[in-house]
Design a protein around this ligand. Structure first.
Ligand code: PSV
Ligand code: MN
Ligand code: MN
Length: 426
């Protein structure tokens, strides 16, 4: 299924979407506060989010999995699917691979497929939370933090191997997420486990190429339900500092206990120049991995407000590696990703609309009401015309989901790949 720029531009023309008048209305409104809509349109058009290779099939839960049909059965097909998303949106120009789920058999061929879709290789993800067939050491009781040296070494070697594959592909970063922890009190010594984890991470960091970054992801619980070694941003931050300059914390929106002030975490890490990666999703209860913006869009906006502030004011923080880390059981995976991309760009555009100068004045005057008004004024603005303009500017579909459905993409994929499919790695 190839979606060409010509097909998209024809659809855009024939559709006659009237967003231009709505954009003019926004331009007039913004002229009053010295914000340039053209500038926001350009920034939105430039924003690229990586798609993880594990989000392209219907996910499952421990209670089962229902096939969606037409799911990718190889890494090549996964790249083809991201190619569809990128052609439709021009904002999904990268993939984040998981090893060993996505070991490329032929690196040159995989690079060619990716290049044909203009897809770059973003962060590589290692996997030390599952034992693979023929594993020489077990991760049952942990990996980098395991009490047993053979398991720790095996996990370190795996991460070094992931770096090697990533180097060949042209990736520049490694994300480490550990399931390590304990299910019951007394099972592990907290200090020993943390020390082992720190030492192991340092060994991996020592094998990191000069131009690479390492991202350390945290999560409070699951699959361990009593304690997790890298449970929160503070632990990740501490470990990143122990490793060195090119080690950073990675924030995944679903990896917090309910009501955690994630925007404040973002601000603190960017202030310290240590926020490296970002995983988008949404949740009601735990690490639910729901569509971005589906549950708490205002929280997403407040988080983006801090991200934008950091991008504008914290040169000490590197450019962030953005990725969607969502999964679901009931939706068309590609439609779900299109919805996530839409929500991300909406929150980003709204955050760019915040009148920073007025906010600073209102904060200095302790005008609490005005501060809230300024933020909510941006949040309550319908920025969808900005997204449409950004898409048209970059050759994407003005309404990606509509085009996806009109072109019958899923039906074509089911015809090509079958109706009872299972994406590799799931
Ligand atoms: C597990 O919670 C997880 O979703 C993490 O967020 C990682 O980013 C991902 O799996 C892949 O390892
Ligand atoms: Mn994640
Ligand atoms: Mn997760």
């Amino acid at each position: 299924m190839k979606i060409t720029p010509d097909k998209i531009s024809d659809f855009n023309k024939n559709q006659g979407d009237s967003y231009v008048a709505e954009l003019d209305f926004l331009k007039n409104r913004c002229a009053k506060q010295d914000v340039s809509i053209d500038d926001i349109v350009s920034k939105v058009a430039d924003f690229q989010v990586a798609v993880p290779s594990w989000a392209l099939g219907a996910g499952g839960t421990r209670f089962g999995r229902f096939s969606y049909g037409g799911e990718p059965a190889s890494l090549e097909q996964k790249l083809d699917d991201i190619g569809i998303l990128h052609a439709l949106t021009r904002s999904a120009g990268a993939v984040s691979l998981h090893i060993p789920w996505d070991i490329p058999k032929d690196i040159k061929a995989i690079k060619e497929v990716a290049a044909s879709h203009e897809i770059a290789f973003d962060a590589m993800n290692s996997n030390t939370f599952q034992n693979q067939d023929g594993a020489e050491a077990s991760y049952k009781f942990g990996s980098l933090g395991n009490i047993r040296k053979d398991s720790r070494n095996y996990a370190i070697q795996h991460n070094l191997e992931v770096i090697k594959i990533g180097k060949e592909l042209g990736s520049k970063s490694l994300t480490v997420w550990l399931a390590d922890g304990a299910n019951f009190p007394g099972q592990a010594n907290f200090q020993t486990a943390l020390q082992n984890t720190e030492n192991s991470l340092k060994s991996i960091y020592n094998g990191l190429p000069e131009d690479w970054k390492m991202f350390i992801e945290y999560k409070p619980y699951e699959p361990n339900f009593y304690s997790t070694i890298i449970q929160d941003w503070g632990t990740s931050f501490m470990l990143a500092n122990a490793c060195g300059e090119r080690a950073y914390t990675l924030v995944d929106l679903g990896h917090h206990l309910p009501n955690t002030n994630i925007e404040q975490i973002v601000a603190t890490l960017m202030f310290k120049g240590k926020l490296g990666g970002f995983h988008f999703n949404d949740s009601k209860y735990g690490d639910d991995d729901l569509t971005v913006g589906a549950i708490k869009p205002y929280a997403l906006f407040l988080i983006f407000n801090e991200l934008v502030y950091g991008m504008q004011n914290n040169p000490q923080n590197p450019n962030l590696a953005w990725m969607i880390d969502a999964s679901h059981n009931t939706k068309d995976p590609l439609e779900d990703l299109l919805q996530s991309l839409e929500a991300i760009l909406i929150a980003y555009a709204q955050a760019l609309l915040v009148d920073q100068e007025s906010l600073k004045v209102a904060q200095q005057e302790n005008d609490v009401v005005k501060c809230q008004e300024i933020l909510q004024d941006a949040y309550r603005t319908d920025v969808r015309p900005v997204l449409k303009a950004a898409r048209e500017k970059s050759g994407a579909a003005i309404n990606p989901l509509q085009v996806y459905r009109s072109f019958g993409v899923r039906d074509a994929l089911i015809k090509e790949r079958g109706s009872q499919t299972k994406a590799t790695g799931l």
